[in-house]
Design a protein around this ligand. Structure first.
Ligand SMILES: Nc1ncnc2c1ncn2[C@@H]1O[C@H](COP(=O)(O)OP(=O)(O)OP(=O)(O)O)[C@@H](O)[C@H]1O
Length: 240
């Protein structure tokens, strides 16, 4: 079985500040992995490295066996990303936004139309296709960004705190939806969050604190019979 995401010894500094220190983990197909860390733990820095916005000081990332450093085109073609800040054009329709993104991936015409239709159906948004994004609520905008991230049929889906700003019901439905996606499409999903209620016991969990991994395993095992929240606070030394 090919490891979908292989993060090997990633370290990164900003001046004197160490943002990431020897971060290593691997994700197999069909895995939902939460990357849990408090503010400043290094989650966004790791996402920037995995999407090649930053080159790390040390270590490497392999995506579906391709090195991000040596074969960036092939590696990036295997990744779909939902960034923390929404990046949709509010004045274009849902369809136009997705056509534009498909073109960035070299898809046009009937192939692009087919993929866009399939991705919108998957997020239950097929009937919103002609609406301007400005008219959509926060949950539908997020669903659309997930559809957009899946257009080129990636093996790995990276989401950086994708539920920020959403109400509780929408947060729960998007979290459940992405869990299903991982299972049904055999995707490796990395879901960065600081909210433990987005994590199920059977999920893989990587806890990041001050740039280091301080726990890696199944969430239920890491919780060791207590609430994940109290275990997380204990691990990150923030439990006073
Ligand atoms: N461009 C930068 N210059 C200097 N320091 C930075 C820069 N970006 C991040 N840092 C520092 O690196 C550390 C990791 O930050 P990062 O944004 O990756 O954490 P995070 O886990 O994503 O936090 P948050 O949940 O607040 O987004 C923090 O101490 C942060 O202050």
């Amino acid at each position: 079985m090919t490891v979908r995401l292989d993060v090997q010894g990633i370290s990164h500094r900003f001046g004197k500040k160490t943002a990431l220190n020897d971060v290593c983990f691997k994700l197999n197909p069909g895995t939902f992995c939460a990357l849990l860390g408090p503010n400043g733990a290094g989650k966004s820095t790791l996402f920037s490295i995995m999407t090649r916005l930053f080159v790390p000081d040390a270590g490497q990332v392999l995506v579906d066996g391709y090195s991000l450093a040596r074969e960036p085109g092939k590696a990036l073609a295997c990744i779909g990303v939902v960034f923390q800040q929404p990046t949709l054009d509010l004045d274009l329709t849902v369809w136009r936004n997705l056509k534009y993104f498909a073109a960035l991936h070299g898809m046009s015409g009937a192939e692009a139309d087919k993929r866009i239709t399939a991705c919108l159906e998957r997020v239950n948004m097929a009937e919103r296709v002609g609406e301007k994004v400005r008219a959509l609520n926060g949950g539908h905008r997020r669903r659309m960004e997930i559809a957009r991230a899946l257009i080129h049929d990636p093996q790995v889906l990276l989401l950086d705190e994708p539920t920020v700003g959403l109400d509780a019901a929408t947060r729960q439905s998007i979290t459940a939806y992405v869990h299903d996606l991982a299972r049904e499409r055999d995707l490796a999903v990395l879901w960065a969050t600081h909210l433990v209620d987005e994590i199920n016991d059977e999920d893989r969990l990587v806890v990041l604190h001050e740039g280091r991994i301080c726990a890696d395993g199944h969430a239920g095992e890491i919780a060791t019979g207590r609430s994940l929240q109290s275990r997380f606070l204990e691990l990150t030394g923030d439990n006073e």
